[in-house]
Ligand binder design. Structure first.
Ligand code: THU
Length: 128
């Protein structure tokens, strides 16, 4: 868990968030033990912004991974460590690829974090 949180913290440093000043980093763990990370990437056309969680999982999927066990998320206003609960759209995207027992770690630091399952954060998700 510490390693995954640390990867999310490293990714947060690459956040492009000049409009909100809220930087987020995420790191997803594949079933095969690899870590893929991502940050939020904002845009002058605000709706084109991409969240850190989706940047991370899309990067893993693009590299050929489809099975995941956990994600760590860190973030907050610049220089602060908040508890950045994933937005609804990211929860829905995670539910496309991850089981109900997939772990979602929301962290202020490597030792100060909350742990949920995806099933707790998004019960009755929409699936076709
Ligand atoms: N953001 C994320 O990266 N993940 C979330 O789950 C919620 C929000 C980003 C998007 C935007 O760049 C900033 O946080 C403020 O909304």
């Amino acid at each position: 868990m510490q390693k995954l949180i640390n990867a999310a913290m490293q990714a947060r440093m690459e956040s492009y968030s000049p409009y909100s000043g809220y930087s987020v980093g995420a790191a997803v763990l594949t079933a095969s033990g690899e870590i893929f990370s991502g940050c939020n990437i904002e845009n002058a056309s605000y709706g084109a912004t991409m969240c850190a969680e989706r940047t991370a999982i899309f990067s893993a999927i693009a590299a050929g991974h489809k099975n995941f066990t956990a994600i760590a998320i860190v973030g907050g206003k610049d220089g602060e460590a908040d508890l950045p609960y994933p937005c609804g759209m990211c929860r829905q995207v995670l539910s496309e690829f991850c089981d109900k027992d997939f772990k979602v770690i929301i962290a202020r630091s490597e030792t100060d974090f909350e742990e949920y399952t995806l099933g707790e954060l998004l019960p009755h998700s929409f699936l076709l």
